[in-house]
Design a protein around this ligand. Structure first.
Ligand SMILES: Nc1ncnc2c1ncn2[C@@H]1O[C@H](COP(=O)(O)OP(=O)(O)OP(=O)(O)O)[C@@H](O)[C@H]1O
Ligand SMILES: [Mg+2]
Length: 264
């Protein structure tokens, strides 16, 4: 995995009417890592995530992707560069089947060369690739259901499949297990581990057992600033982290599941 940094923020700051939701955040995400952003309610996780994915403009600071300054780059252009947020370009269509959803995403990736896919042979290649992606995320048996007919816990897997169709180098996930029951959480965690094999994943996640299980590095935010950073064993025993979580009534131990607090 090495020390190669794929994403970096320098002094990242977002103020809302003078209130600093994110303040001077220096984040480094290593290429190939699963990196989690955690912290108590109101810590600035979502704001930070929206800044990184370019859904919000920072008040101050710089964002670098692959060494290139993307602070003022549009989300669609950042996606083109290889950093994609789940549900971004990969919105799913309720009335289309799963197979059609993934095919649409694959065609979108091909963009201007769309006409190439009109031939019989290339259509079947597209079809095969779509089937393979559905199998990758464990949805092969549902391929002919419409997205609307898919059980809630499986929708995330479909969103991940349509995101993977774009073959991003870096995947950003916003609370990938929120609102799920135990079985779906386990399946989604396994899926994230699988798709992270050959890409970088940055996720905001409330469920600390998922975070403990998956993350190489964890950044803990509190009051808009980085409070601690490191592997789970280090940050979960850091007294400052414990104290920050205590104030919100949620524990940090994998047993005291922070997902218990409402985040759906
Ligand atoms: N658009 C906004 N206008 C004003 N204040 C905002 C806005 N968005 C967020 N905030 C404030 O910034 C702080 C950080 O919010 P943010 O949503 O980033 O926290 P979070 O860590 O995602 O919290 P949660 O765990 O509840 O999802 C909070 O105090 C919030 O009230
Ligand atoms: Mg949030």
């Amino acid at each position: 995995m090495g020390d190669d940094v794929i994403l970096e923020t320098r002094g990242l700051t977002k103020e809302f009417k003078g209130f600093a939701a994110v303040s001077g955040v220096d984040l480094k995400v290593r290429r190939g890592a699963i990196h989690a952003l955690i912290g108590p309610n109101g810590a600035g996780k979502t704001t930070c995530f929206n800044l990184i994915t370019k859904f919000l403009e920072p008040t101050r600071g710089t964002i670098l992707f692959d060494g290139r300054d993307i602070t003022r780059t549009k989300p669609a252009d950042v996606a083109q560069m290889g950093m994609v947020r789940s549900f971004q370009i990969s919105a799913t269509f309720g009335h289309l089947t799963l197979l059609e959803n993934v095919r649409v995403a694959l065609q979108r990736k091909l963009g201007t060369s769309f006409h190439f896919w009109r031939s019989e042979r290339s259509l079947s290649a597209l079809h095969e690739r779509a089937e393979a992606l559905l199998a990758d995320v464990g949805l092969a048996e549902y391929r002919d259901l419409t997205a609307n007919e898919l059980p809630y816990g499986r929708k995330r897997a479909l969103e991940i499949a349509t995101t993977l169709a774009l073959d991003p180098e870096m995947l950003l996930l916003d609370e990938p297990t929120s609102g799920m029951g135990r079985e779906d959480i386990g399946r989604t965690a396994a899926l994230i581990r699988r798709v992270a094999k050959d890409r970088t994943v940055l996720m905001v996640e409330h469920n600390l057992s998922v975070v403990a299980d998956l993350s190489d590095t964890i950044t803990v935010l509190a009051r808009g600033e980085i409070l601690a950073e490191g592997p789970y064993e280090t940050v979960s025993t850091d007294p400052r982290v414990v104290e920050a979580y205590m104030g919100t009534g949620a524990g940090t131990g994998a047993g005291t599941d922070a997902a218990a607090h409402a985040d759906a």
